[in-house]
Design a protein around this ligand. Structure first.
Ligand code: UDP
Length: 364
């Protein structure tokens, strides 16, 4: 088989790390990196630490509005995928998750008549204001193979008439987490001590969703949440996503956040450092999809700064609370005692292998 894989941003590098090496053991992969994220902190460090093969083509298509970005990607991907086809038949285009890169890859493949395989298919927040929700719905409805991470995703696709195309492979991020978290636990005590942090003695936060940072009122509410949660006794470490950093500066909120007692802003960190911060945290506050899941897998309380989630299993099990940008609710949720059980809902760490087998069955 010859598969063209299209990735472009941080969570997609994590997901592809579970699949690309395995795929290459038995097949040919052409890896295209759209450069939706292209700097070291959001891109190169993931390729290094997660042993992802170097991209065959690396573009620089980040920036601009969603539509500008997606249309630039469509144009460039069309040329590259047509080129890949001239060098030999492309059996499928493999895309991950819900970003502009995912949508652009799917639209180009559909137009060129190449089958599409979508990893992390079937996720729904049921909030179409989110670009991610629109991207995943369109991608799922264009794809020929829907590789789902959870039973909830399977049910979502059934409701949309897509059951025949669905294969439950488990969550590819679990594969990576099961490799990285043990290393993180091993180094956590010493690594945290060097940074003047104690295991269980700090909070970790991430925030970058458009719905939380683009609108100044929402961004102010986010700053309220973060400054309310942080204290000098229990600091809050916030690896600052470049989008959030830019919006904070734009709306004059940077100083307020930076100067608040207990708030520690740092640059985005690589996957091993992030996992180390996560496994040692008293709780994590986040609007990230991936981080909600990683917190669950690590057994760390998650406080989600949104009012919907695609990862409802974490909420049902009592490990995740949806508080949106309500500072009072966020602070209250941080110290709720952890539930006694954590059902195994995100697969067994073999999702990457199942993705390859499903691709073989569908397209080889
Ligand atoms: N992550 C990281 N460093 C950071 C913040 C996040 O390595 O400073 C990782 C995190 O462990 C997870 C992924 O990035 O695997 C999540 O990416 P992001 O929150 O950007 O995307 P989302 O999951 O919301 O789509």
């Amino acid at each position: 088989m010859r598969i063209v894989t299209v990735v472009g941003n941080r969570p997609q590098f994590v997901k592809a790390a579970a699949v690309s090496r395995r795929l290459r053991e038995r097949h040919e992969e052409v890896l295209i990196h759209t450069g939706q994220h292209h700097d070291d902190a959001l891109s190169a460090v993931f390729f290094r630490e997660l042993d992802l093969p170097a991209p065959d083509h690396e573009l620089r298509l980040g920036g601009g509005t969603n539509l500008q970005q997606t249309s630039r990607m469509i144009a460039e991907l069309e040329a590259l995928i047509v080129g890949a086809g001239e060098a030999g038949v492309v059996d499928a285009v493999l895309v991950y998750g819900d970003t502009n890169t995912t949508l652009a890859g799917a639209l180009v493949a559909a137009d060129l008549g190449i089958p599409i395989a979508h990893v992390e298919a079937g996720m729904r927040s049921f909030d179409r204001r989110m670009p991610e929700e629109r991207n995943r719905i369109v991608t799922d409805h264009l794809a020929q193979l829907l590789l789902v991470p959870t039973e909830t995703a399977t049910r979502n696709l059934e409701r949309e008439g897509l059951a025949d195309l669905t294969v439950d492979v488990g969550d590819v991020m679990t594969d990576v987490t099961l490799l990285v978290h043990p290393k993180a636990r091993e180094r956590a005590d010493a690594w945290l001590a060097e940074r003047d942090l104690e295991p269980g003695g700090y909070l970790l936060a991430t925030a970058h969703r458009a719905g939380n940072v683009d609108d100044p009122e929402r961004l102010t509410a986010l700053v309220d949440v973060l400054t309310a949660a942080a204290t000098t006794e229990r600091p809050l470490v916030l690896p600052l996503h470049p989008r959030t950093a830019a919006r904070l500066t734009e709306h004059g909120l940077d100083e307020r956040l930076r100067g608040a007692p207990g708030v520690r802003l740092v640059d985005p960190v690589g996957p091993l450092d992030f996992a180390t911060l996560l496994v040692g945290a008293a709780a994590v506050l986040t609007d990230s999809g991936g981080v909600q899941k990683e917190a669950y897998l690590a057994g760390v309380r998650c406080v989600t700064l949104r009012d919907t989630t695609e990862w409802g299993e974490t909420v049902t099990a009592g490990w995740n609370a949806l508080v949106d940008l309500n500072a009072r609710a966020a602070v209250d949720a941080i110290d709720v005692p952890l539930p006694p059980v954590r059902p195994d809902v995100f697969g067994d760490g073999q999702a990457g292998e199942r993705v390859v087998v499903a691709l073989e069955r569908a397209f080889a």
